[in-house]
Design a protein around this ligand. Structure first.
Ligand SMILES: NC(=O)CC[C@H](N)C(=O)O
Length: 377
């Protein structure tokens, strides 16, 4: 028989549903994601550490889980909230059900939730801390206490928690139908050192497809160690938490950018490049999480539909003369891209690697390769 479960937000809102994942209780920041596909990639995106994800698309789990569509080896998200888990999952690549996957990774999940009511509440009031209870005892008051006691993401340095702990090499390319993940036949041409703050694997795959040999280094690797590897370019990854407390990263990025190494940052990496260049970040009301966000390229004048997942943003009013705005969000006009006027360094707030999502912003990877080529000449 289905087990009842509870979601309680810090404002006292109570949602009753059905447990679909692990047994237990989880507390975190509740955010909503508007992607219509890609629940497996979303669940395994390490940038969701300490967050509970509500998916606005009503049927989640239809295609089950496969062994390939993962963006990291672990689920860092604290929990999953959905409208409806279909009775049957069907896909030729499926190896497991969503429910079994959540249980295997010890992540709580709750279905039969009015995700429209929840999303409107988060949109009006802003992201809320919340508590999911999937145990025999559904104590609303205890859940409310836990949600209220949760400190929130502001000030949380999570990049150093979720990153890889050892230096490693990455050589896998992107997935192709009928072939799976393919290793390029040609030898790599460029050496890119990628800072792992909680990197999504598709970023590394897309760099490999562009002839990069990747050395992946932990978040706290000092700049001199990276420079000693003689990289042609340095990549700054996405990652969870607040960028501001990541002083180790800011310090390293300053040195790397000063050394004129071509540098590309995505999401947390973008925010860190901005801070290292003198700007500040702010916590957004409910952030951007989805695969349908229009972003304008101010140089070309065109609009891209992009994948997004962030709760902090670079504060435009704090940009110095060394930075130029390259992209803005057409949802709320917030800053989406910058480049350094004095150095070969640029960054993007959204996710050009998609996974899931549209690939309109993919050419940003080509821009990074162009900067590397120019620097090598
Ligand atoms: N995807 C990311 O890198 C997110 C960056 C940062 N943790 C934020 O929420 O804004």
């Amino acid at each position: 028989m289905a087990n009842s479960a509870l979601l309680v937000l810090e404002d006292g809102s109570v949602f009753k549903g059905t447990a679909i994942g692990a047994t237990g209780t989880a507390v975190g920041e509740v955010v909503f994601n508007t992607s219509m596909t890609g629940y497996q990639e979303i669940l395994t995106d390490p940038s969701y550490a300490e967050q509970i994800i509500t998916l606005t698309y009503p049927h989640i789990g239809n295609t089950g889980i496969n062994l390939e569509d993962v963006e990291a080896d672990q689920i860092r998200s604290k929990g999953l909230i959905i409208r409806e888990l279909p009775l049957i999952a069907s896909n030729f690549r499926q190896t497991q059900s969503l429910s079994d996957y959540l249980k295997q990774h010890n992540v709580v999940g709750i279905a039969d939730i009015d995700t429209r009511r929840l999303t409107r509440l988060l949109r009006d009031k802003g992201a809320q801390n919340g508590c999911i209870v999937c145990t025999d005892e559904l104590d609303e008051q205890a859940a409310l206490q836990q949600a209220k006691a949760y400190p929130g993401l502001k000030g949380m340095d999570l990049a150093k928690e979720v990153c890889s702990k050892e230096i490693s090499q990455w050589d896998g390319g992107v997935w192709k139908l009928g072939e799976g993940y393919v290793k390029p036949a040609e030898a790599p041409k460029y050496h890119v050192v990628a800072y792992d703050y909680g990197v999504k694997h598709n970023i590394l795959r897309m760099l490999v497809d562009r002839h990069c040999k990747i050395t992946l280094v932990p978040a706290q690797t000092p700049a001199d160690e990276v420079l000693a590897m003689q990289p042609d370019g340095v990549f700054l990854s996405n990652g969870p938490g607040d960028p501001e407390p990541c002083d180790y990263a800011v310090e390293a990025i300053k040195t790397i950018v000063d050394a004129n190494i071509p540098t590309f940052g995505i999401c947390l990496g973008h925010q860190l490049l901005a801070i290292a260049s003198g700007a500040k970040t702010v916590k957004m009301k409910f952030g951007h999480h989805g695969a349908n966000h229009p972003v304008k390229d101010l140089q070309k004048g065109n609009v891209m539909i992009t994948s997004q997942n962030h709760g902090f943003a670079v504060d435009e009013s704090t940009l110095g003369d060394n930075l130029e705005i390259t992209h803005i969000s057409l949802f709320d006009k917030s800053l989406q891209g910058i480049h350094r006027k004095d150095k070969p360094a640029f960054s993007f707030q959204g996710h050009p690697e998609a996974s899931p999502g549209p690939q309109d912003a993919g050419p940003l990877f080509d821009h990074f390769i162009d900067l590397i080529k120019q620097a090598k000449q």
